[in-house]
Design a protein around this ligand. Structure first.
Ligand SMILES: Cc1cc2nc3c(=O)[nH]c(=O)nc-3n(C[C@H](O)[C@H](O)[C@H](O)COP(=O)(O)O)c2cc1C
Length: 290
């Protein structure tokens, strides 16, 4: 399968740290899987509790726990050996050129594509530190494209202004796809049974769907490249709305908590590719997009 044919994957970080959890997604019927973001060295992450749920609002500050890119590369290799048909995307982050070269060359050897996480809202010096430093981002995108033949994309943060979003798109000419969006930092939940150890975390789930769809729409106005919609997808209706907003494909994230199995979630999401609600936008006075 090629990148352009991929419709449904999991989102990075959602049951994607081990071979077995990724295999579960494959057995559930996704077209491709995305591994947990890896860093150059292994990271323990933050102490528990690191996820809190309050109705449709989920916040987490995991602190990017992962065994380092070498171990994640081994999982990627094993997956490709066993599931030749499955598209495997390795996610990684670093703002250091030397580290990045090693990571991209290694992960790019096994993965079908790479997703550069420039948006983790709570890992110091990583993630969103890159997504808001556009000079660094441009340099890093040049480095990635020079060191792999594989397609690569950016896991974007939520950009509240068009100016910031355009800067990101302009700085990443070499990128092949965009994933909109990562969880939205810096959020807090107080008053449920427990908080999170980091106090502030990234907000996920249906609470961010309107922001995610808005950013898909805004990104589509700036580029023809592939866009994965991600953020608050739970039902087929959510999928169809992301597609209407301009996404080509969908990533399934924390919506999994609403399903008994991953298979049920993937089955529902797949229906969204043919789902045409009646009077789609008529209720809002919008018959067709411009
Ligand atoms: C527990 C958890 C861990 C996550 N880890 C990562 C990660 O390692 N890399 C990444 O790019 N995004 C990570 N994310 C963000 C998700 O991939 C996704 O962008 C975000 O949750 C919004 O989608 P959703 O509302 O469908 O969950 C994580 C999210 C959660 C809830």
């Amino acid at each position: 399968m090629e990148l352009k044919e991929i419709k449904i994957t999991n989102a990075s970080g959602i049951y994607s740290s081990t071979f077995n959890s990724l295999e579960d997604w494959i057995n559930a019927g996704v077209d491709g899987v995305i591994l947990k973001t890896s860093t150059y060295r292994s990271r323990e992450g933050y102490v528990f509790p690191n996820v809190a749920i309050d109705g449709e609002r989920i916040i987490q500050a995991m602190g990017l726990p992962n065994p380092g890119f070498k171990k994640m590369g081994e999982i990627t290799k094993k997956l490709k050996e066993k599931y030749t048909e499955i598209f495997v995307i390795a996610s990684f982050t670093s703002g250091d050129k030397k580290e990045l070269i090693e990571m991209v060359e290694y992960l790019g050897e096994y993965a079908d594509a790479l997703e550069y996480n420039i948006s983790c809202p709570h890992a110091k010096g990583l993630g969103s530190a890159i997504g808001y430093d556009f000079e660094l981002l441009e340099d890093m995108c040049d480095v990635i494209s020079e060191h792999t033949e594989k397609p690569f994309g950016l896991k974007m943060p939520y950009y509240p202004t068009d100016e910031l979003l355009k800067k990101c798109i302009d700085s990443s000419e070499k990128a092949d796809f965009y994933t909109n969006i990562n969880s939205v930092g810096k959020a807090m939940l107080i008053g449920n049974d427990w908080g999170i150890s980091n106090k502030l975390g990234g907000l996920s789930g249906p609470a961010i769907k309107p922001l995610a769809m808005g950013q898909v729409y805004r990104t589509r106005k700036l580029t023809n490249k592939k866009i994965f919609g991600c953020g608050g997808v739970v039902t087929k209706k959510d999928v169809s709305e992301f597609l209407k907003a301009g996404a080509n494909s969908i990533q399934l994230g924390s919506g999994i908590i609403h399903y008994k199995t991953k298979k049920d979630f993937v089955k529902e999401a797949r229906k969204g590719f043919n789902y045409k609600p009646k009077n789609y936008f008529e209720n809002q006075g919008i018959e067709e997009w411009e």
